[in-house]
Design a protein around this ligand. Sequence first.
Ligand SMILES: C[S@@+](CC[C@H](N)C(=O)[O-])C[C@H]1O[C@@H](n2cnc3c(N)ncnc32)[C@H](O)[C@@H]1O
Length: 245
Amino acid sequence: MDVDYDRIAKHYDAHRRAGDLYIDTLLALLGACSGRRVLELGAGTGNSTAAITGRTGCTMTALEISPGMLRQAAAKRIPARWVRASAAQLPFKGGAFDYVFSTYMLHYIGDLAGLMRECARVLEKGCAAFVTAPASFIRDHPMNEYFPSLAGVDLARFQRIEAVEAALRDGGFVRVGHEQRARAPEPVNEAYVEKVASKFVSTYDLLPPGEFEAGLARLRSDVRERRRPGLTVTWETVTIWGWRE
Ligand SMILES: C[S@@+](CC[C@H](N)C(=O)[O-])C[C@H]1O[C@@H](n2cnc3c(N)ncnc32)[C@H](O)[C@@H]1O
């Protein structure tokens, strides 16, 4: 993993919340499961964990690899069993869960086929769902103009919807599908510039030396001088799922 989550754990929540659009999709899928034993992979500081446990009567197990992120999550006292382990090798017996999900964790998994096999094993019957960034969002992002390597970095690490769906089918999942959703456009204003300055998404940590500073300076100046009125960001998310029957 190139992003040091132990280092950024303390500041992770400053600009990150669970997104209502994908939480709604995840809740609808959980509602269609016959049981309520839930496993979250790469739970981070517990934002999605809290959103799901707060709105359902599920039994939640939250798995996370970074001790720093786990410490931040623990402070929130979310009613879940926290497990430090890698999603690549799940320390659970077969059939232990009815629902497995992750939000923005999948792009850290090199071996998608292996992950799907592990999910199929711990599910036996039920649903696996993965929230991630769609290629259209990455390709059309207005910040690409300011940070020329941004799209290349993310297109190289976020898997395509088709690849995730194929891995689910190969792993023995059926009724594979996805739902892509978008928020209303938000203005690129001073507040948005501050989010970029805080590197609210990990991609900004992965740019070549100097590119972040140069792009941020140009963005700041354009917004301050009102050279780009009407510039907006439309946040898009996709949830990809499959069922074990
Ligand atoms: C972008 S964060 C998302 C955190 C949280 N799901 C959210 O939506 O706020 C990615 C998380 O995945 C975790 N992660 C990365 N690779 C992992 C792996 N192999 N097993 C478990 N967690 C992993 C990271 O430590 C980090 O907390």
